[in-house]
Design a protein around this ligand. Structure first.
Ligand code: SAM
Length: 240
């Protein structure tokens, strides 16, 4: 969409440019948005619950594993992960928004999960207190568009760890229903992302950091699930 709009001139294109933000992820905007959204986040995104379950199923956490939930939000994926890793595993959520984490912490307390912890930070700078066996990046487009955030996540994974990312994307514009489908995607996600940059291939930075990314399109191309293992050959590989 970014290119389509960029090529056009006139008032409608200008209005579209204002609506479809396409710069770098904006941390301050994310903090404001999620600060306001936290209490009603689940209600607003409940239609995504089935997708969340699908993405966690692809991660396939095992008993005893250490799992990183990046951009964990209010912890809507915690139960499925905690059930899978069991009391002997460990789940670490990393989240930018203090208000989203308030809800996540209340969830942890309510369930009495002693092995679920959260770190409040921009994941690009987060001091992650473990080396994980697997990581989940569920509906975190802003993180997917930040190479430094992805690099910090990969630095905290053991060799061979599993990486599963899933979220919305633009369907092919040339599909007969491309415009209406992408309009629905935009409406659903405009409060949840601070940029639509890279929305055609949200995994495009990740694919340069891992060697074996496999991407499945879901929802007729309006979503994706990308799976890889963390074989990253270091900064030289990223720069190559
Ligand atoms: C759409 S929500 C997804 C939450 C959760 N993963 C889910 O499946 O419901 C995106 C979350 O990513 C967080 N986020 C965005 N940029 C981030 C960053 N740089 N570091 C950490 N969290 C970030 C937001 O604050 C928000 O809670």
């Amino acid at each position: 969409m970014d290119n389509m709009i960029a090529r056009r001139s006139g008032a409608a294109a200008e209005a579209a440019r204002r609506l479809v933000r396409a710069g770098a992820p904006d941390r301050e905007l994310a903090l404001r948005r999620y600060g306001a959204l936290a209490e009603k986040y689940h209600q607003r995104t409940a239609t995504g619950d089935h997708f969340r379950r699908q993405v966690v199923a692809r991660l396939a956490p095992l008993p005893g594993e250490v799992i990183l939930d990046v951009g964990c939000g209010t912890g809507l994926n915690f139960k499925a992960i905690r059930d899978a890793v069991g009391p002997g595993g460990r789940l670490i959520g990393v989240e930018l928004s203090p208000r989203m984490l308030d809800v996540a912490r209340a969830r942890i307390e309510r369930h009495g999960w002693a092995n679920v912890e959260v770190v409040q930070a921009d994941v690009a700078e987060a001091d992650i207190p473990a080396t994980a066996d697997a990581t989940l990046l569920c509906a975190v487009h802003d993180v997917m568009r930040s190479p430094s955030a992805l690099a910090n996540v990969l630095d905290h994974l053991r060799d061979g760890a599993r990486i599963v990312a899933g979220g919305p994307k633009w369907a092919r514009w040339t599909r007969s229903d491309g415009l209406s489908s992408n309009f629905a995607t935009w409406r659903m996600n405009r409060e949840c992302v601070t940029t639509f940059e890279g929305f055609r291939r949200p995994w495009s930075h990740l694919e340069h950091l891992v060697e074996d990314l496999v991407v499945d399109e879901v929802f007729g191309g309006g979503g994706y699930i990308a799976c890889a293992s963390s074989r990253w050959s270091g900064p030289a590989a990223a720069a190559a």
